[in-house]
Design a protein around this ligand. Structure first.
Ligand SMILES: [Zn+2]
Length: 229
């Protein structure tokens, strides 16, 4: 099952530099859960797609456990894990989130269901426990310092600790912007590229200008990436 992969590369990471006062840690509690809900909604329109309005105190299902809320777990759905990056300079009051990401673990059946119809054999590709990296976002001012890598690493490590045997993610491509180098450094292999993957489906996408206030939907391409864990 799965794909071959090289080992991941490393680089200087802001979180290892004490002068930058950035921490990357597991998301826990309502403050972190609502931050992740906000990021998810801002970049992917989750609240519009699924009716989960963080502003009215509701959370997407996968973030309830991050908030510490009891939920009636659907038996098919395993669990989720969030990670956040925070800036906490000693000369100011209060910590500020500067990035975050989410990963869930899903069964083979759910994963086959989640994958778009393509030229690949989904049955042969998926594992028994499949990690899905839903999003990993770093604020523009904090990019290029390795935080995105750290968000990746922490989620992959958690997925391995949960016994996941495969990892999947969608990589975005628009106007020359691509997450391809990051996926490749972490040993992911491109399964298939889909032009306008989210067209008619996603009405929020800051990358290509689709917003709830206009009639546009996302025109970005998406690549399905996968790797063995
Ligand atoms: Zn888009």
């Amino acid at each position: 099952m799965g794909v071959d992969h090289p080992t991941g590369a490393t680089e200087s990471i802001a979180v290892d530099d004490p002068t930058r006062h950035v921490t990357v840690r597991e998301a826990a509690g309502e403050r972190d859960a609502f931050y992740l809900a906000h990021v998810w909604s801002r970049w992917f329109g989750t609240e519009y797609e699924h009716g989960h309005r963080y502003s009215s105190g509701r959370l997407p299902y996968a973030l309830c456990s991050v908030a510490g809320w009891e939920v009636d777990a659907e038996p098919e759905h395993l669990h989720g894990y969030g990670v956040v990056a925070e800036h906490d300079p000693p000369d100011r009051d209060g910590r500020v989130h500067v990035g975050g990401g989410l990963v869930t673990i899903d069964t083979a059946a759910e994963t086959i269901d989640n994958l778009p119809d393509g030229r690949f054999d989904a049955d042969a590709l998926v594992g028994e426990r499949n990690a899905w990296l839903w999003f990993g976002i770093v604020d523009a001012a904090w990019r290029g310092l390795g935080l995105g890598r750290r968000l990746f690493e922490d989620r992959l490590q958690w997925a391995r600790d949960q016994g996941a045997d495969m990892a999947f993610a969608y990589g975005w491509e628009h106007d020359g912007r691509t997450s391809r180098p990051l996926f490749e450094d972490f040993g992911f292999v491109p399964v298939e590229r889909f032009e306008r993957l989210y067209e008619d489906e996603r009405d929020v996408c800051p990358a290509c200008g689709a917003l709830p206030s206009n009639d546009r939907t996302c025109t970005c391409a998406g690549v399905v990436w996968a790797r063995d864990l």
